[in-house]
Design a protein around this ligand. Structure first.
Ligand code: HEM
Length: 196
């Protein structure tokens, strides 16, 4: 795990609100997305494979956002000026998240940080970690749709370290499940009470 300080990164902080989602519900959600122990193991391998490629992955994701004005808008002021400091700070947290997805146990602390990440995409907490004056919500439809690019673009990086086709496929499927699982958790604050 990287040890450098990342602005706004609050994993494990005692000040974070607790996720209202329980560990039993997490287990059911894992079952829905077909996430097993083998996937957790494949993710550990993916962490080793991705560790020294994190900046390259982020270059691809940031290039994708930069190429789509409707996405760049969420890192911009309400009148459409991109906020470079916001892009830079969030980028460092994205980097930590790649390795957290691969290496952290999916336990109570992890669930609590999932809730925090969810809120940071919504009216409730967007912009607060970085003290910026950007638009204050990312619509859920884009968060869900982003599962595809965040997944598909990782595959070539997983294949770059000489692992067998089977190992690459296992890492890729595990990554896809882990991202889907997280976005399912992140949908919670967007959904009417009782409907999540
Ligand atoms: C923050 C991942 C969808 C824009 C973050 C962070 C992660 C992340 C890991 C940093 C969390 C932290 O603070 O520690 C993802 C994933 C997505 C997704 C996995 C979908 C699969 C989107 C979409 C947009 C977006 C569609 C729109 C362009 C942002 C912004 C922040 C952010 C602006 C900074 C929020 C803040 O703290 O103010 N995202 N994201 N994300 N993401 Fe997303």
């Amino acid at each position: 795990m990287q040890k450098t300080m990342v602005p706004g990164y609050a994993y494990g902080s005692a000040e974070l609100p607790r996720s209202p989602v329980g560990l039993e519900e997490l287990d059911r959600l894992k079952a829905t997305v077909m996430f097993t122990r083998d996937d957790a193991e494949a993710l550990r391998l993916a962490g080793d494979v991705l560790e020294d490629q994190v900046e390259d992955v982020l270059d691809v994701w940031y290039g994708f956002v930069a190429d789509h004005p409707h996405l760049l808008a969420y890192f911009s002021t309400p009148d459409g000026q991109p906020i470079q400091a916001y892009l830079d700070r969030a980028r460092q947290r994205f980097g930590r998240w790649i390795l957290d997805t691969c290496r952290r146990p999916y336990d109570r602390s992890w669930l609590d940080y999932q809730e925090e990440i969810a809120l940071r995409h919504t009216h409730e907490k967007k912009n607060t970690a970085d003290g910026v004056d950007s638009v204050d919500n990312i619509p859920l439809r884009h968060v869900i749709a982003f599962i595809y690019p965040i997944t598909a673009t990782v595959r070539p990086f997983l294949a770059r370290k000489g692992h067998s086709a089977e190992q690459v496929e296992a890492m890729y499927q595990a990554w896809f499940k882990a991202v889907t699982l997280q976005v399912a958790l992140w949908s919670r604050p967007y959904v009417r009470d009782g409907d999540w």
